[in-house]
Every structure is written in C-alpha cells, then in structure tokens.
Design a protein around this ligand. Structure first.
Ligand code: BGC
Length: 467
C-alpha cells in the first residue's frame, strides 16, 4: 500500500487503466471462445456427415457431446475454482480448449470426434462458470452489469466469427480446419490468463489478505476504495456459503434456486440452439439446396444475433427485464409459428423462401434482444448471498443440460414429428414462456441485490422480489 502512495497519481491511474482494460479483454476472449465453440459445428457438420457417412442420430451426438462435456465442466468448475483459484482453473480450461480443438481436427472416426468434442466441452464448461465469477470479483462495482452484457455480446460475436470462418473454409469442405483454427484464439486466451492477477476475493477466502491488497491496489485508483472493498469482502465471507445445507433448511433458497434453474431451461427451450447448430439444415428445409447459400444464410443469422444483442443492452436498464422478456417471447412465438406454417404450406417460390428466412431472422432477433442476455443477468441477481455460488453453478449446469437435450433431439423430431410440427412445438413453448414470465419473473431493474435478497427471505412471491 505504502509503495503505491508514493507513485504519482497519474502514473498509477494509467497502469490501473491498462490492468482493467486487460481484464475486460480477457472477459471478451472467454465469451468469444464460448461463442466460437457453439458456432463452429453448424458449418462443419454437413461436411463431417459426408466424410464419415454418418446418420442423423450420430450427427446429433457429434453436436451434443460438447454440451454434455460442458455440463460436466460447469459442475467441476465450482470445486476447481475453489481449490486451484479462479486464475488457474481458467488456465486449465484454456489448455483443454487447445487440446480439444486439435483432437477434433485430427479425429480419425466419429467416435473419436465425439470424445474430443466432450473434452472441448469440459473446457467450455469451466470457462463459462469461472470467467463471469472471476470478472465479478475483479471488476469495479460501476461496470459489473455492463460486463455481463459485454460477455453475452462476445458470445454472439464468437458465433458469428465461427460461421464466417466455416464459410471461408467451405469451398474445400475442410472441416478439420474449421474445428482446428479455434486453437489459435484459445492459445491467445491462455497467454492472456498468465498475465492476470489472482482474484482478491479468492485470496481472502484463503486468508491471503496481503496478496489480495496488492492485487486490489493494482486495480483501483484510490487506496480508500481498496480498504472499503476489502472490508466488504470480509463481511461477505463471514456469511458462509452454505449451498447444500441451505437447500435443506431454507424454503426461500429452494424457491430462488428453482427460479434460476427454470430460467435457464426456458432460455434453451426457446429453440435458439436448434438454429445455432443446424442453421444450414434449416436453410435446406427452406429450399436453399447449395452449401454456399446455406452457409451465407447462416452468416446472416449470426450477424442478426450480434446486432439485436445491442437492442437488449440499450433497453435493459430503461424498459426493465419483464417487458423485454415478454416482448421477446412474443416475437419468438411469431417467428417459429410462421416458419412452421410456411413449411406446412411448402416452401416453393422464391418469395416463400425469402419469407421463411425472414421469419427465422425474426426469431433470432427476438432471442438476442431478450432471453439471450436477460436470463444470464437475472440468474446473477436472484440468489441470496449465502447460496450465490451454489445457485449460479446449478443454473449454469442446467443451461448445458437443457442445451444438450435440444441439440440431441432436433433431427429426430424433424424426422418423426414432421418439419412444421417441430417448429410449432417451439412456437407453443415460447407462447407458454410469456405466461411463465408473467407469473414468475421479478423486475430487478435498478434494485440493489440486498433488497432482492430481503424480499426473497421475507417470503414474497418470486414475481415480487424486486419491489
Ligand atoms: C445461450 C447460448 C446461445 C447463445 C446464442 C446464450 O445466451 O446461453 O446457449 O447459443 O446465447 O447467442
């Protein structure tokens, strides 16, 4: 502390700024990797299917083994980030990322590919749990909310880049390159993590307060702020994380936990990842038969996903969570419903094809402006402090389980239910989520986390814990 006081204020400020900047850049990169791995399979899958001559069922598992791995990774991440610390579990995640990508690229057969996608998934699971946790522990209070949104934005950018890179490799059908290049940003991520400081909150958890003070001094401009933050952390740590025990004793924690879990189930059952993983196939259903047309269509999906995320970022603190979600689910119902209807009529003419694509884009925009970022934001807001880590781990895990179910059933549903019926099912689910939002989702805009917690523990209905 003393040594910092002797620095010129300006010099301190500049180095702090670059530290914070570096941290944001890492957050961005973690989101980007999440997105790259979601997006990369869409463009590669048609070529993999041709090369390995695999049926729809095997394709579903090539897609979904990554999500199974991510669920496992998210579960393990809670323990890893406690034992190794946030920094070193991120490092482990990055190393697995590189290994997983290279294994995928070199897979000699479908079983090997499924196994490698699982390894990649474990990396994604570790990163999706640990990166937001680390960020929330290191970011100055004022920018915490913005960081969650920025993280989601980078997920969508990652998906778009993956779609573009797939398209670039597609004339040669080089799916191995598509899956392998992801190792490059992963290597950058690994190098970046090496330069990051350890989380001050984790250091204090381990009783290493002097080191924590050093880290905070390098991240904050005023020593008074550092001391205030340290006593805040100290106070929080006194409220012991209870997790499982709390689950048994507190009905209110069971309620917030159930809400977090349901929110993630809802996010996935909108059907968003049906489009993210199988977009080329959907363009095929809509009458676009060439690989190139399908891939460019997929790129447009990725671009709309990025652009509409800005709508959410702009509106979240003005409209609030509930109106945005209600609107989003309405828009998604319309998109999926109309798409099903067109497939029922038969998409033949050029105009019908264009309308089908437009409806798919309406659906994507509806998701990106609402449930995409909003669900992650809500999940980070509703848990009482005693059970926060446990609560967020449980909802993140659920995100991946539900993601697996959606990814592993889409082609089977198309084949056994029929095309139109599959999209109608998703339309019906989105319509049901309007009611879900109405009854269960609280409005948390501008409400301090302490107030939300007090209301929850006072037994207020979930819908009202933000008042
Ligand atoms: C979801 C992912 C999805 C992505 C699409 C995220 O919020 O959790 O499953 O692929 O949004 O942009």
């Amino acid at each position: 502390m003393g040594s910092y006081a002797s620095h010129s204020h300006h010099g301190l400020y500049a180095s702090t700024r670059s530290r914070i900047w570096m941290t944001c850049a890492m957050a961005a990169l973690a989101g980007l990797l999440f997105g790259l791995d979601i997006g990369v399979i869409a463009g590669a899958l048609p070529f993999i299917a041709k090369d390995f001559q695999v049926n729809d069922h095997t394709q579903e598992w090539i897609v979904s083994s990554m999500m199974v791995g991510a669920a496992v990774g998210a579960l393990a991440a809670g323990w890893l980030s406690f034992r190794l610390g946030r920094k070193y579990s991120l490092l482990l995640g990055a190393a697995l990322f590189i290994a997983g990508s290279l294994l995928c690229a070199s897979a000699p057969n479908p079983a090997f590919l499924i196994g490698s996608r699982f390894v990649l998934g474990v990396a994604v699971g570790i990163a999706t749990f640990t990166a937001p946790l680390y960020l929330s522990e290191i970011a100055p209070g004022q920018v915490r909310g913005a960081m969650v949104s920025a993280y989601q934005l980078m997920i969508t950018v990652g998906i778009l880049i993956a779609f573009l890179s797939d398209t670039a490799f597609s004339p040669s059908g080089a799916w191995r390159w598509m899956l392998g290049v992801v190792a490059i940003p992963a290597a950058l991520f690994l190098l970046g993590i090496l330069t990051l400081p350890r989380s001050p909150r984790w250091l204090m958890m381990k009783g290493r307060n002097d080191e924590a003070r050093k880290v905070l001094n390098s991240l904050r401009t005023e020593t008074a702020v550092v001391e205030r933050e340290m006593s805040d952390i100290e106070r929080q740590l006194e409220v012991k994380e209870q997790g499982f025990a709390l689950l048994r004793t507190s009905r209110d924690f069971r309620r917030s936990l159930a809400l977090g879990v349901m929110l993630q189930v809802v996010q996935q059952l909108t059907g968003i990842n049906v489009v993210m993983y199988y977009a080329p196939r959907i363009f095929g259903l809509a009458g676009y038969s060439g690989h190139q047309a399908q891939l460019w269509g997929t790129v447009i999906v990725g671009a709309v996903n990025v652009i509409a995320t800005f709508i959410a970022i702009g509106l979240v603190d003005r409209w609030g969570r509930r109106p945005i979600l209600l609107t989003g689910f309405g828009v998604m119902t319309l998109g999926m419903g109309a798409l099903g209807w067109l497939l029922k009529l038969g998409v033949v003419t050029h105009t019908q094809q264009l309308v089908a694509v437009a409806m798919l884009l309406v659906f994507i925009a509806g998701f990106a402006m609402s449930a995409g970022p909003m669900i992650w934001i809500l999940c980070s807001e509703i848990q009482p402090i005693k059970g926060r880590d446990f609560g967020i781990a449980a909802s993140t895990f659920t995100n991946w389980v539900a993601n697996t179910i959606v990814g592993a059933t889409f082609l089977t549903m198309l084949n056994s239910f029929g095309h139109a019926q599959t999209f109608w099912l998703y339309a019906a689910l989105n319509a049901a989520f309007i009611a879900f939002t109405f009854w269960f989702v609280p409005e948390t805009r501008g409400v301090p986390l302490e107030t939300i917690e007090q209301n929850l523990l006072a037994g207020k209905p979930l819908r009202e814990i933000g008042r």
